[in-house]
Ligand binder design. Sequence first.
Ligand SMILES: C[S+](C)CC[C@H](N)C(=O)O
Ligand SMILES: N[C@@H](CCS)C(=O)O
Ligand SMILES: [Zn+2]
Length: 339
Amino acid sequence: MGVGRDDNTRGSPLLDLIENAGGCAVVDGGLATQLEKHGASINDPLWSALCLINEPHIIKQVHMEYLEAGADIIITCSYQATLPGFISKGLSMEEGEALLVKSVKLAVEGRDKFWESLKATPLHSYNRALVAASIGSYGAYLADGSEYSGYYGPDIDVNKLKDFHRRRLQVLVSAGPDLLAFETIPNKLEAQACVELLEEENIEIPSLLCFSSVDGENASSGDSFKECLQILNGSDRIQGVGINCAPPQFIESLIHKFKGLTSKAIVVYPNSGEVWDGRAKRWLPSQCLGDEKFENFAIRWRDSGAQLIGGCCRTTPTTISAVSKVLKHPKGAVGSCRR
Ligand SMILES: C[S+](C)CC[C@H](N)C(=O)O
Ligand SMILES: N[C@@H](CCS)C(=O)O
Ligand SMILES: [Zn+2]
């Protein structure tokens, strides 16, 4: 096991899950991607969060599909769900807060229903999944692709970022998720804001914080991971750090880099390799990986030291099923049971 348990992490549901999963647990795949596959309309400033208003049943269905595929952690539909975003759609503050709570409830209900359904199959190999409330970066809210540039303009400082994140974080936590997942963080300023906010709000559930990267070496803004991880290493409230929504080709070397910079659990859930065009709001094909390649990568990422592995945009339940099978059932041992 790569991660030692000190007093601050005893009884951590996240580290217990990693242990129960044999040292490497599976994160779900692209939520927005799968919502779209079911016909959801997300071409909107709210992106996938539009479904919380119009098509919540599809969100629950997608959570169930990822659970079925073997995800040990499912991430809520709150990535681009923000109070200012909902208010600019004409909703009241109360209605916006109710939608944030709903994002957690949909995942918790899906998890509980799936877990209950497994009682009929005592020899299954699933873990009881954890629900991570997604907190997308400020750049996600801007809906201009800046989660991949980290350029927030000269007026944004750490206090403004804390103000942006504070109420959503409070409401999401009040809804009872197991974890928080800060996603696609592009710069060290926002990492600092998240760490300070967790402290100021005395958040007791564990957090994951993942950066985006466009060069495979630094956070998307160009900030070095050395500086970014120094900030996160100072917080016991952050229990997993890593990369999401970057190309899979970057991941192995970044895991090695992170191993030298932190003793926290390393989490990786890259996208398919396609690139998001923030202006045109569409994915541009590039070095896109099929599920089979992704599955081979997953073994290398696990062997390099990642302890949480999944997929982000343009990956689907098929991807996660392949990753789960290969991580949980070494060849020839399919059907084996950990419980
Ligand atoms: C992870 S990106 C594909 C999410 C969408 C982006 N924030 C936008 O709204 O343009
Ligand atoms: N959890 C979000 C991340 C987008 S980068 C999703 O999968 O849609
Ligand atoms: Zn993504």
